[in-house]
Design a protein around this ligand. Structure first.
Ligand SMILES: C[S@@+](CC[C@H](N)C(=O)[O-])C[C@H]1O[C@@H](n2cnc3c(N)ncnc32)[C@H](O)[C@@H]1O
Length: 205
């Protein structure tokens, strides 16, 4: 693994994840997770402080990045709910069918290698009445920004751990058979090409 992926990228991902807008979104969505919870792409664990022990029984949090999981470990140990960190990709999760009541994703969908496969896996491991809570940046709603996003993605994805600016989380969820319930989309602070965000909840249709 390169020095960039081992040291620099984990630092930058954690720094970006501390922005005011993202913090607000974590505070809004993560405490709603209930029962047995799966967090996909936990990164350095910035969501872990927001789980509500009155609702969440335990959190199983996956990420393929060992350096990010190492950063998440002290946050997992200090969380108010039991947290298990698992090295895995969203495309091949080592869990039986229907294992979880809730799933949380804050911006892994931009980075996974195969979003359709990752969401199919999520449907498999989520219980039929389960809920997905998500905050994902993605394709903006105006053509000018979309052009920038499509143009920048080939270079941006190389330096940012495969982050794509031009994915449409709402369309990906619908194609994977999730019914969005209260999805809000809009630009947050900072550059529109990076901050256009979709947040809400969804259930298997
Ligand atoms: C932008 S970071 C977000 C981290 C964290 N969710 C947060 O809110 O701070 C994207 C995360 O997705 C993870 N990731 C990349 N590919 C993945 C995959 N195939 N399956 C699961 N997670 C993945 C990265 O390692 C990284 O932790």
């Amino acid at each position: 693994m390169s020095l960039w992926s081992r040291r620099v990228l984990p630092y930058l991902i954690e720094k970006a994840g501390r922005s005011h807008a993202i913090l607000e979104a974590r505070r809004r969505w993560v405490p709603r997770a209930h029962g047995d919870v799966l967090e996909i792409g936990v990164g350095s664990g910035l969501n872990l402080a927001f789980y509500d022990p009155a609702r969440a029984r335990r959190v199983t949090a996956i990420d393929p990045s060992e350096p990010l999981l190492a950063r998440a470990a002290p946050r997992a140990a200090g969380a108010a709910v039991p947290v298990e960190l698992v090295t895995a990709t969203a495309e091949a999760m080592p869990f039986p069918d229907a294992s979880f009541d809730s799933a949380v994703m804050t911006s892994p969908l931009c980075s996974v290698a195969d979003p359709a496969r990752a969401l199919a896996e999520l449907r498999r491991v989520l219980r039929p009445q389960g809920t997905l809570l998500f905050v994902e940046h993605g394709l903006a709603d105006d053509e000018r920004t979309r052009r920038w996003q499509r143009g920048l993605t080939p270079l941006w994805s190389r330096v940012s751990g495969n982050c794509h600016l031009d994915r449409d989380p709402r369309a990906l969820l619908a194609e994977a058979g999730f019914r969005g319930e209260d999805i809000a989309a809009g630009a947050a602070e900072g550059a529109r090409w990076l901050s256009f965000t979709y947040q809400g909840s969804a259930r298997p249709a």
